[in-house]
Write a protein that binds this ligand. Structure first.
Ligand SMILES: [Zn+2]
Length: 391
């Protein structure tokens, strides 16, 4: 069972703190989920997960399915036992985003957000690169030369087997390059797929909480319609998916259209978003949960997050000081220096990415705690302005 209570102490802002209660404990929101692709975090052994401060994790159904990890997770007794974190909150995505990335991501070479107008001009569309077929039944795609299918019933079955606390209904994640007409048709199909996901989930409804996903791209009427339709369904929370317009500034506006029309008593998870500016903008619009690969992926790419902005390790390779003072991560507590980390990266010593991953996870956990505390104190805008000086 999953229950949610929230409070909002900031007049004039939709920012809110909340508590998610499950049989595993009580979890504070807003919180960002660390992405454990197929039940593993690259660069970290699973027995290290108990020591990291994050309370929320998300596992990719697509990767677990295509790499055939799900039987291993089932044999361990479910994802919490497999990851050795019995007391944390874990979600699974529907597998949709990765499948649809095989479509628009490959044919246009883009992600969910187009960063700038000039990048938009560089996009070349090539349908020959599109590896998927979407019909009312579901999605057919090719993995490793073999045909595969994902649809609401299969996605629910895979997510039941993984056994996370929160599951996402099967949806189509559209591209920022799709037309209004396409996004409207796709959104209506996603709503029909949600009804099928709800039916397929019924027998597991007590053990796992199903979230419905709002789509609608960058269009106000579609986003509002999707939020109204999904908001009335028999689900325990909401994912906000898809693309959010061409530029980062559009995210706040788009998310605001959605949260205005969702029932306030259920949690909202903004899927796949985790840039610091975007987190503040979305929290301000009443988002409770996030997930993003940024903390871990950028750590492996030698990018370190600090209160004074992002540091590219190469620029600090001569610095015999830890990454950040007063950081509680193992790297900073043990006094591992930037020059040491740089040397380890050069030597392909695995300690390098382990320590930078631990540091970035600590940074994001601290950020989310600061956000929660600032909402409770009524100082959220001050905290946002502090971070926006460097991010
Ligand atoms: Zn640190």
């Amino acid at each position: 069972m999953l229950s949610f209570t929230f409070s909002n102490q900031n007049p004039g802002s939709k920012a809110r703190t909340g508590q998610i209660q499950t049989s595993r404990g009580t979890f504070q929101t807003p919180e960002l989920a660390i992405v454990a692709t197929d039940g593993e975090l690259r660069s970290l052994p699973n027995d290290a997960l108990q020591d990291i401060p994050s309370t929320y994790f998300i596992v990719n159904t697509y990767h677990s399915y295509t790499k055939e990890i799900i039987p291993i997770i089932e044999k361990a007794g479910g994802i919490h036992a497999h990851m050795q974190i019995p007391d944390r909150l874990i979600a699974t995505d529907s597998g949709g985003f990765q499948v649809f990335s095989l479509g628009f991501g490959r044919s246009s070479g883009i992600g969910k957000i187009l960063p700038t107008q000039s990048d938009l001009k560089k996009v070349h569309h090539d349908d020959a690169q599109n590896l998927i077929t979407i019909t009312e039944k579901g999605v057919e795609f090719v993995f490793d030369g073999k045909p595969k299918v994902l649809n609401p019933e299969i996605s629910m079955d895979l997510q039941h087997k993984i056994g996370a606390d929160i599951m996402m209904a099967f949806d189509e994640c559209t591209s920022p390059l799709n037309s209004y007409e396409y996004i409207k048709r796709s959104m209506e199909r996603t709503h029909r797929w949600l009804d099928r996901s709800i039916v397929a989930h019924k027998s597991h409804a007590d053990a796992q909480a199903l979230f419905g996903i709002v789509q609608g791209g960058e269009y106000q009427d579609l986003r509002e319609e999707s939020a109204r339709v999904v908001g009335k369904k028999d689900v325990r929370g909401f994912g906000i998916g898809g693309s959010f317009g061409d530029f980062h500034e559009a995210l706040s506006t788009t998310v605001g259209w959605v949260t205005t029309h969702l029932p306030p008593e259920k949690p909202r998870h903004l899927l796949g978003i985790g840039k610091i500016r975007d987190i503040f903008s979305a929290v301000e619009q009443g988002v409770d949960l996030f997930d993003c690969v940024i903390p871990t992926r950028e750590a492996r790419h030698r990018m370190l997050y600090t209160k004074k902005g992002r540091l590219y390790l190469r620029k600090f390779k001569h610095l015999h000081e830890p990454i950040e003072k007063n950081c509680a991560c193992r790297a900073c507590v043990e006094g591992v220096t930037m020059s040491q980390l740089w040397t380890w990266f050069l030597e392909k010593d695995l300690r390098a990415s382990t320590y930078t991953t631990l540091h970035n996870i600590q940074f994001y956990a601290d950020l989310m705690r600061e956000i929660r505390e600032s909402i409770e104190r009524g100082t959220f805008t001050d905290l946002k302005n502090d971070y926006f000086r460097y991010y």
